[in-house]
Design a binder for this molecule. Sequence first.
Ligand code: NAP
Length: 241
Amino acid sequence: MKYALVTGGSRGIGRAVCISLAQMGYCVIVNYLSNDAEAGKTLELISEAGGSGELLKFDVSDMKAASDALEGWMESHTDGYIEVLVNNAGIRKDELMLWMEPENWYKVLGTSLDAFYNVTRPLLKQMLVKKYGRIINMASLSGLKGLPGQCNYSAAKGGLIAATKALAQEVGRKGVTVNAVAPGFVRTDMVEGLDEAQLKKTIPLNRFGEPEEVAALVAFLASGQAGYITGECISINGGLY
Ligand code: NAP
């Protein structure tokens, strides 16, 4: 059995990625924080697409919770290993730096950047031993250019891009590729409440992206065909910079 883990797979981009990976023949492990109903719906969509999957609920920002869940999973699944990891879970808590409470700084960093460490490290050894792995990190345009009101989110995603490039150089020789994807505005719960009509005027393609469009890029990076791409951060933003 070939396994893929998608963090934050219960909704939005993560859900679309789960379905794409299932269509590639992966048994998809759907991680999420708390939304049992939406996670269950992702599993249903996976099986409607002819695939298989399972749920693995844990808080990616909590190092112990992540390592307990992943080590438990590995102990009970000796028929294979997680060869594709998509570090997708993320939150935003926008605020100007002057008003930003410590909680909003640490929560955003924890869910994207600490989570990269918490989830990737326990899974890396098996990828190196098997000499095959694909790690894809969900960054953001905000991590490339920085956006006002998002010092926390820009720092988290910028750090994730740098970590992607560093890890790619550590593990390339062992057949493990590490890449990042940097979406612009994508139609999910995360952008609810934003003024889409106004914002799309700033986007050359004049619309928000769809989760399935990001999932198609992730699926390509997860595929054998992308075997010579590593340490990259690929933008998918409708031309917005
Ligand atoms: P979303 O619709 O808000 O979904 C967020 C997902 O992350 C949910 O599955 C949620 O689980 C999970 N999650 C949140 N905190 C978690 C935690 N501590 N532990 C485990 N899972 C957690 O978000 P999205 O728009 O699909 O975003 C997915 C990724 O793309 C994020 O990293 C985001 O920063 C990035 N991104 C999004 C956009 C955009 O425009 N949408 C643009 C650039 C980058 P529950 O359902 O249990 O809450």
